[in-house]
Design a protein. Sequence first.
Length: 360
Amino acid sequence: MKITLLYGGQSAEHDISIISAHSICQAIMYNYYQVQPIYITKTGQWLKAPLLEGPSASPEQLTLTASETAYWASAPGEVSSGVVINPGEIKVEGEETIVFPVLHGPNGEDGTIQGFLEVLGLPYVGAGVTASANGMDKIISKRLFDNSNIPQVPYEAFDKREWRESSEELIQKCEGSLLYPLFVKPANMGSSVGISKVSDRQELAEAIEVALKYDRRIVVEQGITADECEVAVLGNDDAHVSEVGKLLKESEFYDYEEKYINNQVIMQIPADLPEAVAEKIQDYALKAYRAIDGSGLSRVDFFVTSSYDVYINEINTMPGFTPYSMYPNLWKATGLNTRDLIEELLQLALRRFNAKQELN
């Protein structure tokens, strides 16, 4: 069977996707699978690389340029190349293929690529169209969490039109219902891209303008003093959870650069928490997963205060697979190594696809 690995993409999380794809390539069982890498450039070209017969050498090797002939870089400084294809060409009639869309953020984790794969009739790893869209959109997911009685920090939400027409009123509304510091976030983005921490009115207005560069809809959240804890979910209807992990931080807020370039995040797995608190987090994680109609995998993030109040932050339906990512490390600590985790994700994709076929 062939694994078609989609990675790169047009979102601000393009580079994270490449690192995730490289990490996944290290864990695939090549005695059972062929791996067909397909790189999506930042401009939207789809480049088909040669088949991988073993783990990729580096993330740089997976970063392709367009050429009439596909080949892998074999020397330091050499660039790999791929052949430009029509996206529909990833489906080859008569070929057994599972698609692994290792795409983070918009145009990858938001239901768009999932809908495309549904149209092609291909099994794929991860959440379906609805769950992907629900999980990616912070405003929709917050409302679903509210309906599931999962505690959240107070927040306000609005769009670009409202901001352009009534910025002063919106600032007053935020200041009337929330206390500084505040966090300003694009509704559809991940990995701390476009997120700002603000302490006054001027910073709030500037942060909203930054967030609007990434999305037309904005969330402003109450800042709280709390630890960030995360739990991994794996499965379809029979989903189960990992140990709870905690991010140990020297700064109050880790931005994109600290997470993925400087690698300043230190993970404590399992988190130093009372057993009852950890169980509450795990229970909320499953509730959140079911609220968005999750399948395959997700990472659910929480805030935990010094008095052990728990608030959900967000859910990620295609979490990072870099060496510094919580999702694979949480499962390692729970007793599931990355190779077996990847195999389970592939099998979950097939089971979900087959179950859906039976309904048609």
